[in-house]
Ligand binder design. Structure first.
Ligand SMILES: Cc1cc2nc3c(=O)[nH]c(=O)nc-3n(C[C@H](O)[C@H](O)[C@H](O)COP(=O)(O)O)c2cc1C
Length: 188
């Protein structure tokens, strides 16, 4: 059982990173092998919408931009489940997630490809500010990406500075439950 954890905040000690770490440790406690990818350290450019928007991604499931997209895609396709922990910016996922998923969903929606992330289970975490007002809309954005890429959703969580203490514990429990749930699904 392999769980890939994508951490999307530039802040390595912040709420987003803490939730990612806790979910990862929960997954490890349940016996999974884990890998953490710090998305801000990867080179992930924005989509160029080449060929009038109908580019190579639509024909060959591949992007013309040569950066880290395929490397992260391969890690996703090698995993059984994916945890995404993102800060909430303007009620949405972080820019680096948009860059990555905007391009990945184009490639994934185009048809058979190798590697492929379709069917991998997803656990989403949105780290918001204040009372968490931007959290629900961020989860809505995330949910649309999961749907477009064909990833079934295990759970999506919102955390704020106020809920930090108990949500950090919940993230660990969610990581553990995530692994157990995927195991049950793959058994049957
Ligand atoms: C540019 C920017 C926009 C933000 N927009 C929102 C928002 O719309 N809703 C919200 O609840 N928090 C918003 N926040 C607050 C962040 O989501 C919050 O600080 C988050 O926990 C940061 O995660 P970190 O500790 O990992 O850096 C924003 C923060 C920044 C820097």
């Amino acid at each position: 059982m392999r769980i890939l954890v994508l951490q999307a905040s530039p802040n390595e000690d912040g709420l987003t990173a803490t939730m990612a770490k806790e979910a990862m440790e929960g997954a490890q406690a349940a016996g999974a092998e884990t890998e953490l990818v710090h998305l801000k350290k990867m080179k992930l450019e924005a989509c160029l919408a080449c060929d009038d928007g109908w580019g190579k991604c639509r024909r060959e499931s591949l992007c013309i931009i040569e950066d880290d997209l395929e490397a992260v895609r391969l890690k996703m396709s090698d995993a059984d489940g994916l945890v995404l922990s993102t800060p909430v910016y303007f009620g949405e996922v972080a820019e680096v997630v948009k860059n990555f998923f905007d391009r990945l969903r184009r490639c994934e929606r185009a048809g058979p490809a190798d590697p492929r992330v379709e069917g991998k289970w997803a656990l989403g975490i949105a780290a918001a500010g204040g009372g968490g007002g931007g959290g629900p809309s961020c989860l809505g954005v995330m949910e649309r990406y999961w749907a477009h890429m064909g990833l079934p959703v295990f759970d999506q969580m919102i955390v704020t500075r106020r809920s930090r203490d108990y949500m950090v514990r919940a993230a660990r429990q969610a990581g553990e439950a995530f692994v157990k749930y995927i195991e049950e699904q793959t058994k049957g």
